[in-house]
Design a protein around this ligand. Structure first.
Ligand SMILES: Cc1cc2nc3c(=O)[nH]c(=O)nc-3n(C[C@H](O)[C@H](O)[C@H](O)COP(=O)(O)OP(=O)(O)OC[C@H]3O[C@@H](n4cnc5c(N)ncnc54)[C@H](O)[C@@H]3O)c2cc1C
Length: 372
């Protein structure tokens, strides 16, 4: 087999997990190739609230957050369809940044530290050989000792779309101009979904919702009918849809989101971010989790490249650390998502949280981890 290039590590997917991992490895002088099927910058469906868990990490890898004038987010507000609401300080807090800007900044940094990035280059498949992996793309075949999959919500191994089992969700994002409290993220719930709004750069706001695909189907896949008949039942969302200036011609959407369990290591391939396990967006830390998984794997792989441990030990250690860091949080996120997608339970919970503030504090503690 004639290969186009040989690398220590090939990374499939240039989202936050793949890019931050590639930066870390290149900073250790490893020869890294990152394959991205799209080209930077581009809009991605995401609430764009990033928890401060990953703030020090981003600074360490060379992202100049301090000078980027990003809005700090310190409070969260939860509302229901009856107009009830409850507010709480976020213990750790976070900040707002569009994925357009964040992914592009990371991609620039990756190029700066020597990562070979191939944009518009989807990986189609790979084979495991004695010398490592042969990774196939439209531009050629690349050989790699280590293969890292960070292709987001796509399923393992075969790179096909997410599993057909379980509930399918659809995500929708807009950038808007709308007057609202600048240091808060509001989570407006509706039947079978929820919608977040918070500030990002340049005074804009990100409005992003996730909804069960079955509900959208009821409206023959018309987002405007869904928004009018379901989201607008929540008075806070009705006000947003009536008054906001929508900055895109059309919304940014993704389908086939599932929260089925996946695995961090499979057939010798290491999975990062959403491709290892997708956390419910309402926890607001999918992005931080994606980067934390990159941080974990990079630390273990460095011991391998220094000949201190075998590849089997890397697999065992990464799986162990991954489950310890994420499995309970993913489970709790799914549980909370179920709760806040059921209007009667959300209303009841808001009432409980008003009378028992420790309940809200405890819920917020469940969603965020420690800084890294
Ligand atoms: C509706 C919604 C709202 C969310 N809101 C928030 C929030 O407010 N805060 C938060 O922290 N998290 C949020 N999340 C979660 C967060 O977006 C993800 O956890 C995070 O993007 C995961 O990063 P990643 O790098 O694993 O995947 P991604 O960012 O999805 O990156 C995967 C990359 O792989 C590329 N790719 C895919 N297949 C291939 C292939 N075959 N070859 C080459 N490249 C490929 C894709 O183009 C993409 O660039 C939200 C998620 C959803 C669905």
């Amino acid at each position: 087999m004639n290969t186009t290039g040989k690398f220590d590590v090939v990374v499939i997917g240039g989202g936050l997990a793949g890019l931050s991992f590639a930066i870390l490895m290149a900073q250790q002088q490893r020869k890294v190739l990152l394959l991205e099927k799209k080209s930077f910058p581009y809009h991605k469906v995401c609430g764009e609230y990033i928890s401060n868990e990953s703030y020090p990490f981003l600074i360490r890898i060379g992202i100049p957050l301090e000078s980027m004038k990003l809005p700090a987010i310190k409070k969260v507000r939860l509302t229901d369809h009856r107009g009830n609401q409850v507010e709480e300080e976020l213990t750790l807090g976070g900040f707002g940044i569009s994925r357009y800007l964040l992914d592009q900044t990371l991609a620039n940094r990756a190029k700066e530290v020597g990562v070979h990035i191939l944009e518009n280059t989807p990986c189609t498949h790979y084979t495991k050989e004695n010398h490592g992996f042969d990774v196939y793309t439209s531009k050629g075949v690349y050989t790699s000792e280590i293969l890292v999959a960070s292709f987001g919500r796509y399923s393992m191994g075969n790179f096909s779309k997410a599993s057909k089992q379980g509930v399918n969700w659809v995500g929708v994002k807009y950038h808007i101009q709308y007057e609202h409290v600048s240091d808060e993220i509001a989570l407006h719930t509706f039947s079978n979904g929820y919608c977040g709004i918070s500030k990002i750069e340049n005074g804009q706001s990100c409005l992003c919702y996730i909804v069960k695909a079955s509900l959208l189907k009821k409206y023959k896949n018309s987002l405007s009918a869904l928004e009018e008949n379901e989201l607008a039942l929540n008075p806070f969302l009705k006000d947003i849809f009536n008054k906001a200036v929508f900055l895109y011609d059309k919304p940014c959407t993704i389908s086939n989101i599932t929260f089925e369990p996946k695995k961090p290591v499979l057939d010798g391939v290491f999975y990062l971010g959403d491709s290892a396990g997708t956390i419910a967006p309402l926890t607001g830390n999918g992005m931080s989790n994606a980067m934390r998984s990159a941080y974990l794997l990079h630390g273990i792989l460095e011991s391998y490249f220094r000949n201190e441990i075998s590849i089997k030990e890397v697999e065992r250690n990464y799986a162990k650390q991954w489950y310890k860091a994420f499995s309970i949080r993913i489970f709790k996120g799914i549980w909370m998502q179920q709760l806040f997608c059921t209007p009667v339970l959300t209303s009841l919970f808001i009432r409980i949280m008003r009378f028992a503030p420790w309940v809200k504090k405890s819920i917020i503690r469940q969603t965020h981890g420690k800084t890294f």
